[in-house]
Design a binder for this molecule. Structure first.
Ligand code: SF4
Length: 64
């Protein structure tokens, strides 16, 4: 699974990182640090939860 994040629209509330700091790393200012993530096998549900947790709705599942 791959996810895409519209990084420029991040408001830095860390809801995604609260679900998984490994999948959704934040930069020093508390904003999402990556715009693409290759989700390791077995972490798909966590990735989906992270996407749903983002109130800005800027985390998208690209490929199942
Ligand atoms: S949940 Fe969304 S808005 Fe909040 S830090 Fe993560 S990507 Fe940014």
């Amino acid at each position: 699974m791959k996810i895409r994040i519209e990084k420029a629209a991040c408001v830095g509330n860390a809801r995604c990182a609260h679900v998984s700091e490994a999948l959704f790393p934040l930069n020093d200012d508390g904003y999402i640090a990556v715009d693409h993530v290759d989700v390791p096998e077995g972490q798909e549900q966590l990735a989906k939860r992270g996407a749903r947790a983002c109130p800005e709705r800027i985390i998208f599942i690209e490929e199942e």
